[in-house]
Design a protein around this ligand. Structure first.
Ligand code: GLU
Length: 389
């Protein structure tokens, strides 16, 4: 008997991780592939973080910890939420998981029932709708248009709310578009949400430090504290501190939800890796000044990539305000390639791995990560140009 469950049959494997695994296999087989598929900074993890991980191992961080993280981990996470996101929470209202992805998975699985609806601004990160479907709930996409810089329209969210709505998912800066939710838009969203007490909000702020807009990061829990008892904010160290492999995500939210997520986690992975928690504590408590430098590097790369994409006939992209992705429109090329899956395979044949935009609920095109070296980006863009000639 090899039948999978009905729940698993509703979802497919992550297309970001699938294409990246494929690129890794091709490289191992000797092919020259530049991978711009996965969202992973190419910078080295800061040395003080590595030193903290080594010291923690020597000090015996090889055992179980409390499910939601050590006391030091929770304190560091609370410090991060207050200092970097403007969200003041007691340590009892934060939890730690194996990456932000696991926190999102647990939050949705812990609260969704069949018949519930989840509003997901599109284009969206691949895993949001799949987790919703796995939980047996319905995805309600709200389209954000390229010509509007992929900005979310609060009126469209208002129109999508029904008595069945359980969650609104927000992600700013956004993956795959790089769009940023401004403070005025968040205020409007708060007004939209006020009369709907059943609607919870998941604000995925994992890319918050990687922003090219002036001023402080704006997030709903800080903008609308009156709604804080139904907002879950997700953050972590993966993207900001080049620590993807450590797998540490953090979440802050209402007590009942944090407890529910930890209840689920206690039967799933248990605690996140002890050594990774020690590294994340060092990341949150240590120097943060390198972030501005990294951000500047990403901005330079963004400007290069946007210019190079726009110069290739058939391709165009809005200018992302944050994160490290461009969502490239390739609709004019679909006559030639059929769909964007075929286009991505064609580019892979020419040595560049990207993710089809359809994986993110976008118009035909592809997502390109500019978290890669200048040399890799220059070579990749020239390969893309050659491949499309
Ligand atoms: N979030 C990153 C991305 O979108 C990592 C892969 C994943 O978890 O989807 O590329």
């Amino acid at each position: 008997m090899s039948d999978i469950s009905a729940a698993l049959a509703r979802i497919r494997a992550s297309r970001t991780t699938a294409i990246t695994d494929r690129a890794t296999q091709l490289r191992a087989a000797g092919r020259d592939i530049i991978s711009l598929s996965v969202g992973e900074p190419d910078f080295a993890t800061p040395p003080h973080v590595i030193a903290a991980a080594k010291a923690a191992l020597d000090a015996g961080a090889t055992r179980y910890t409390p499910v939601g993280g050590t006391a030091a981990m929770k304190a560091a996470a609370a410090l991060h939420f207050a200092r970097d996101l403007g969200i003041d929470v007691p340590v009892s209202q934060v939890t730690t998981s194996a990456g932000g992805k696991q926190a999102i998975f647990h939050a949705l699985l812990a609260t969704l029932d069949p018949g519930d609806e989840v509003i997901v601004p599109a284009p969206y990160w691949v895993s949001y709708p799949e987790i919703v479907r796995f939980a047996g709930a319905r995805v309600v996409p709200v389209e954000c248009r390229a010509q509007d810089g992929f900005r979310l329209d609060p009126a469209a969210v208002a129109a999508a709310i029904t008595p069945h709505t359980r969650w609104l998912l927000l992600n700013s800066p956004g993956n795959p578009t790089g769009a940023v939710l401004s403070a005025p838009v968040l205020h409007q969203l708060a007004s939209v949400l006020a009369p709907h007490p059943r609607v919870l909000v998941l604000s995925d702020d994992i890319y918050a430090p990687l922003r090219f807009t002036p001023g402080a990061h704006a997030t709903l829990a800080a903008i609308a504290p009156q709604l804080a008892d139904r907002i879950l904010t997700i953050s972590g160290v993966s993207k900001s501190h080049a620590m993807t492999g450590f797998r540490i995500g953090v979440a802050a939210g209402p007590q009942w939800l944090i407890s529910a997520m930890e209840r689920l986690q206690s039967h799933n992975s248990g605690n996140p890796a002890a050594v990774s928690q020690a590294a994340a504590v060092a990341a949150f408590e240590g120097p943060q000044d390198f972030l501005a430098e990294w951000c500047e590097t990403f901005r330079t790369r963004r400007d290069f990539v946007v210019g190079a994409i726009d110069a290739i006939p058939g391709l165009s992209t809005p200018v992302p305000d944050g994160a490290f992705y461009c969502l490239v429109d390739a609709a004019p090329l679909m006559d030639r390639y059929g769909d964007d899956e075929a286009l991505a395979l064609h580019l892979l044949d020419h040595g560049v791995a990207v993710v089809p935009a359809s994986a993110f609920g976008g118009k035909p095109g592809f997502r390109l990560s500019f978290a890669a070296s200048d040399e890799a980006l220059t070579a990749a863009l020239s390969r893309i140009e050659d491949a499309l000639q």
